[in-house]
Each structure stands twice: as C-alpha cells, then as structure tokens.
Ligand binder design. Structure first.
Ligand SMILES: Cc1cc2nc3c(=O)[nH]c(=O)nc-3n(C[C@H](O)[C@H](O)[C@H](O)COP(=O)(O)O)c2cc1C
Length: 180
C-alpha cells in the first residue's frame, strides 16, 4: 500500500505496533531565533555512530518547535530519570511556558541542559534529513554527562521503570500512567 493510501485506522494500528518497542524518554532542547529556550519530549532518540559521535532524533513536521531545532546552532538530548514523568508530560504538552520553574544551564553549544536528569548529550546540528512526516536531526556530540539514577521508560503508551527486584540483565517493566 502506498503511503498516501493509509487510513486513520491503519495509522492507529501502526502506532500501536511501533509502541511495543520500549524506549527511554528524553527532552530535547534548543534556543530559538530569539534566544528563548525551547524543548519537547522525544523517545525517537537513538545512537548512530561512536566515532565520530553521532546521535539522532526524529521531530514531526507538524510540531511548531521544529523550526527552532532547524535554525538553532545545537540541541541537547536530556535523558529522564524514572522520577521525571511530570517533566515528560510538561514538555509533551504544547505551551509557551514549558521552562517555567525548570532549572537549566547553557551547554557548550548554547543549548539548554536541564538540571538533575539521568544523562545529557549536547550536540551540534550535523545533518537534517527529510523523512515522510518527520525530520531526522542528526547531532554531533560535543559534550555529555550522566549519573547513576534509573531511567524513565515508555512502552505501549505508558510510563514505567526497571523493577528493582529483577536481575539487571532482564529487567521487568512496571507500567503506570498511560499517555493518550
Ligand atoms: C513519551 C513521548 C515521546 C514523544 N516522542 C516524540 C518524538 O520522538 N518526536 C516527536 O516529534 N514528538 C514526540 N512526542 C510528542 C511531542 O513531545 C509533542 O508533540 C510536543 O508538544 C511537541 O512540542 P511543541 O508542541 O512545542 O511543538 C512524544 C511525546 C511523548 C509523551
């Protein structure tokens, strides 16, 4: 079936199928043309290359924030801890005020690095690839850091965490709040 022939039902089923893939949760951040911090929740993040160090994230063309990522010098990927569901919800909800009360520092690229997350990768925009209804942003990692906290997980529309009592090589997921 061609892409343009997909029905709303097809797309819903495809989203449900893709949602079986468990991921972590990130907030990707940048400065817009006015120098204001912007950010959105993203789980499409993945590593691409170790040498050179490259990562990618996919941003919907329908997201108003996309222009800021395309024009900004760099962007940061902030990987959330299991306690940061509220931060994920905040940055997944359209608002002009997502950064109210959020502590951050400018990273080496100038992109906002959020305080107290599990890890961050501060990147310069390396390549932009047009891909269907999304744009793939490939970032060259300029700086990074991490701590030993547990990650926030996302699978089948729900947040979860690695169960503390399970073996580290086969973690179980305890699901909680469902995202529509
Ligand atoms: C767990 C989770 C993961 C998400 N991942 C992505 C993603 O990878 N790419 C994307 O374009 N939107 C993703 N979204 C949706 C955006 O966060 C949401 O559309 C956001 O409002 C976009 O920011 P804006 O409204 O400021 O443009 C995700 C939402 C959630 C809850």
């Amino acid at each position: 079936m061609s892409e343009s022939a997909a029905t709303t039902s097809d797309i819903r089923e495809l989203r449900r199928t893709l949602g079986c893939f468990a991921t972590g949760v990130t907030v990707i951040t940048t400065l817009d043309a006015a120098g204001q911090p912007r950010g959105m929740t993203a789980n499409s993040f993945t590593s691409v290359s170790l040498d050179p160090a490259l990562i990618l994230v996919c941003v919907a063309k329908s997201a108003p924030i996309l222009a800021a990522f395309e024009t900004g010098e760099g962007f940061a990927v902030n990987i959330l801890e299991e306690t940061q569901r509220d931060l994920s919800t905040r940055f997944a909800t359209p608002s002009a005020d997502k950064f109210a009360g959020v502590t951050w520092l400018a990273g080496v690229t100038g992109a906002p690095v959020l305080s107290d997350t599990l890890a961050y990768l501060d990147c310069r925009l390396h390549q932009r690839i047009d891909a269907g209804d999304h744009v793939i942003l490939i970032g060259a990692v300029a700086d990074y850091g991490r701590n030993d906290a547990s990650p926030l997980l996302f699978c089948r529309g729900s947040y979860g965490a690695i169960a503390a009592e399970t073996a580290p090589d086969f973690p179980a997921v305890s699901a909680a709040a469902t995202v529509n």
